[in-house]
Design a protein around this ligand. Structure first.
Ligand code: NDP
Ligand code: 8X3
Length: 259
């Protein structure tokens, strides 16, 4: 039987934009209660208001930087009783910075990517998964990337962080074997979000050029995929989903000319 999301408690990190925001909309429509986490509180509040209006969704906002281990642990430990039993965790918060050569790029950029995409994901997982094991159910969805499978010029540190997400997803599933807790790694190709604006630090022209002449995935495409993974019957673990735009066949092969 498909897993119902009605009244399920779902924590989404990086809910203030892109894939995280779309996930919130899809999962709210499916009847879930949502813990929305990110640093930009006003974005989370606007999303919570929208979900309340459209779906009467109950939400709880966590304004937290996942790089800050103490803040993550305190925020999760301090959840009100009604929100402590988390059914699904979507580890989505993440970013890339720059496209410079590995031997020339900024050490600070490396640290931000590693601290967010690897350590931040680990902190949230460490804070949430023991509760899932104790309660006898749960599902962790990590947002990896095509970048875990294929390294591209200037992307080596970002790619390394997503390769780490792949290893952490596989390792978590191994460590959870014998429990009913499920683990899924979603690996998208190009999705048009704020991702490239963040990579190029607000340079909209450069960010737009990433998607010029092609049809990228939308954040809704990924949310739809995640909705599929988390609604499978309890005995089905979707381990990984690699989802690409039709206009992309590898990190280096993008068909431009369709639009
Ligand atoms: P966006 O930039 O649109 O969203 C990123 C989200 O992550 C924001 O909500 C941001 O919130 C949050 N975030 C970033 N840093 C932190 C932090 N330190 N603490 C808490 N939250 C943080 O990009 P996407 O939606 O595209 O990215 C979502 C995930 O998808 C990322 O892990 C990305 O690597 C992955 N991905 C993206 C692809 C793409 O082509 N777009 C393809 C494959 C994977 P705030 O700034 O408010 O804190
Ligand atoms: C984001 C997609 O190809 O820019 O993970 O790395 S890509």
């Amino acid at each position: 039987m498909a897993t119902s999301l009605t009244d399920k408690c779902i924590l989404i990190t990086g809910a203030s934009s892109g894939i995280g925001t779309s996930c919130a909309r899809f999962l709210a429509q499916a009847g879930a209660r949502l813990i929305l986490a990110a640093r930009r509180k006003e974005k989370l509040q606007a999303l919570a208001d929208e979900l309340q209006t459209n779906y009467q969704t109950r939400t709880l906002l966590l304004c937290v930087d996942v790089q800050d281990r103490q803040a993550v642990m305190t925020a999760i430990a301090g959840l009100p009783a009604a929100w402590k039993a988390i059914d699904v965790l979507i580890n989505n918060a993440g970013l890339s910075r720059g496209l410079e050569k590995q031997y020339e790029s900024s050490v600070q950029d490396w640290e931000e990517m590693i601290d967010t995409n690897i350590k931040g994901l680990l902190y949230v997982t460490r804070a949430v998964v023991p509760g899932m094991v104790a309660q006898g159910h749960g599902h962790v969805v990590n947002i990896g990337s095509i970048a875990a499978r294929q390294t591209y010029a200037g992307g080596s540190v970002y790619c390394a962080t997503k390769a780490a997400v792949k290893a952490l997803s596989e390792g978590l599933k191994i460590d959870l074997l014998g429990t009913p807790v499920r683990v899924t790694n979603i690996e998208p190709g190009l999705v048009e979000t704020e991702f490239s604006n963040v990579r190029f630090r607000g340079d909209d022209t450069k960010a737009k050029s990433v998607y010029t002449g092609m049809t990228p995935l939308t954040p809704d495409d990924i949310a739809d995929t995640i909705l599929f993974a988390v609604t499978r019957p309890a005995h089905v673990n979707i381990s990984e989903i690699f989802v690409m735009p039709t206009d992309q066949s590898s990190v280096a092969h993008v068909h431009r000319g369709s639009v």
